[in-house]
Design a protein around this ligand. Sequence first.
Ligand SMILES: Cc1cc2nc3c(=O)[nH]c(=O)nc-3n(C[C@H](O)[C@H](O)[C@H](O)COP(=O)(O)OP(=O)(O)OC[C@H]3O[C@@H](n4cnc5c(N)ncnc54)[C@H](O)[C@@H]3O)c2cc1C
Length: 659
Amino acid sequence: MTKVPSLQADNNGPFKVENDATAGYWGYNPENTLPPPDMMGAYMRNRPVPADQVEGRKAWIIGSGIAGLAAAFYMIRDGGMPGENITVLDAMNVAGGSLDGAGNPDDGYIIRGGREMNWNYDNIWDMFQDVQALELPKGFSVLDEYRLVNDADPNYSKARLMHKRGEIRDFSMLGLTRSQQWELVRLLLKRKEDLDDITIEQYFSPGFLETNFWFFWRTMFAFENWHSLLEMKLYMHRLLDDIDGLNDMSALVFPKYNQYDSFVRPLIDHLRQRGVKVQFNTRVYDLEMRVAGDTYTVTAIRAEIGGKDETITVGPNDVVFALTGSMTEGTAYGDMDHAPVLERGRHEPGDASEWALWKNLARKSPIFGKPEKFYGDTDKSMWESVTLTCKPSPFVDKLKELSVNDPYSGKTVTGGIITFTDSNWVMSFTCNRQPHFPNQPDDVLVVWLYALLMREDGNYIKKPMPACTGREIIAELCYHLGIEQHLDTVVANTKARLALMPYITSMFMPRAAGDRPRVVPAGCTNLALLGQFVETSNDIIFTMDSSVRTARVGVYTLLGLRKQVPDISPVQYDIRTLLKAARAINNNAPFPGERLLHRLLDKTYYAHILPPLPDKDSTKPGKLESEIAEFFGDGRQTVTRLVGWLDKVRENFRGRKQD
Ligand SMILES: Cc1cc2nc3c(=O)[nH]c(=O)nc-3n(C[C@H](O)[C@H](O)[C@H](O)COP(=O)(O)OP(=O)(O)OC[C@H]3O[C@@H](n4cnc5c(N)ncnc54)[C@H](O)[C@@H]3O)c2cc1C
């Protein structure tokens, strides 16, 4: 077999596994002939020749969420490790972690969340292009299924915002004033390293936090005003190309079913068929390490297996992948008659929790970060979600009015969440494509609801959401929909299952450089850290895609594979993205200078990069002049001269013959 030079585990060798497009200028030169750091596409789908050292080694993976399962997938596909040498350990008795989906029509279904996604989830699609879809003939992948579903059934919303108990509120624009637009632009311009420990509300004006934009943003991604400004900035870059589809959610795509059936089942099947073992009821709380100088080598895994303390020996050539934390850790459940009861302390989750592993690592060295920054205040990281299993009722009638297709048609229903902007809890709800579960009866709909503010009393039920039973939450929902007079009938035909998640947005807590460890912390020879609490160059968190990214970086680095993990999608630099984003944040009106650009480019090859102007006579001299005057201040002569100059340049473009 071809021998491949091995890499340094800290990734500082000549070949970078984890790329950073913001690290500096990229251009070709004799020393740099690799693709750009955020290159996507077929050229990046190379299979690296497996390094010879994979033979005889084992992989221990802690956590069977998408990050852990992806680590197993890449160990096999790109690392060439036989599946039988891979063991996944999980504290629970079901795989998937935060990707859940369970229940039945009698007891009620439960999903702690839904999955908003987009087409440039490049790590997810890289993996799922090679995983067999459960319901398609052999050879068709999960990606194929996803495209089949979404290409045929566009997603958009007819009622993104509501208020005044049942009225749709205008959601056609982001609703930012000129100075609020500048607040966003200035954030894009800021350097990442200048944003340590700053919160969103410390930066934005109070007026900004009342705009449509902020309602769309905070409810779509679950940002609270006290969360990390740095993370908000990273989201802006990562999702810049989605901004013109933010208001009506046309930028989003959704899986066919809930996340467990859509992603976990096919992936687990794929791994089991290849011999991967998943060992449940195994809570890992520490890793024993041999420390030599600046190097750290895991020698054993300390775990509670079925309630007993055990030690799993890690061989000298084995590799370990450890999830450092989970957003769904410590979920408390409730139902129609019982509010959920939390078992985690506000500031301290306790040693019997899954956070123990990261806490114990952090005690060994600062290279492992500061977990307390994330788990340390559940009042700021908690929210609750509710799954409603609905038989026909006045609620379903109201839902039909708000949906883009009949909820029973199998197509997009609400097209994403509907938010009540005057809800004290900031409550939103959604009905995704139905059936949401493969076994769901025809007359049942599964609806998901959540709220952001956990300490406020409801508008109708005078209690904070976590103190409410399912019945009370349904009452609050009916009130906001203006159908509370039908409450008894709705309750008789609806089952609510509640999930209060103390750490659901713990990843968004304000942070500074060094609070999160790197995927392979400096000096670690056989350990990679996975999931949502790990530092990557530019990626955002609270996505499945970023968990898969950490798995790829970990596998390639530990196995010394010469394969790059591209940085986040380069579309943020695409001039078209910038232009359409500028138009969107200017409330869909031409942004300052846009008419000027039209005047210059309209008759050139590049005409198509500009968003079409809303008014037909928009390039007429009067409009352009007033825009220029607005741009540069008044000064009739200057304006006339500038327009004349522009026209000449344009005519030059058109008339010029080849020399
Ligand atoms: C309500 C909700 C809505 C979401 N919406 C979206 C969305 O719209 N779009 C999107 O892309 N993403 C969304 N996400 C985020 C996405 O689901 C997660 O980022 C991703 O699933 C996290 O995967 P993970 O493997 O990193 O961690 P998790 O899935 O959280 O992994 C946790 C698993 O690891 C196990 N584990 C943890 N520690 C230990 C230990 N020490 N020992 C043994 N086992 C351990 C746990 O038992 C659990 O099974 C959402 C998540 C939730 C909860």
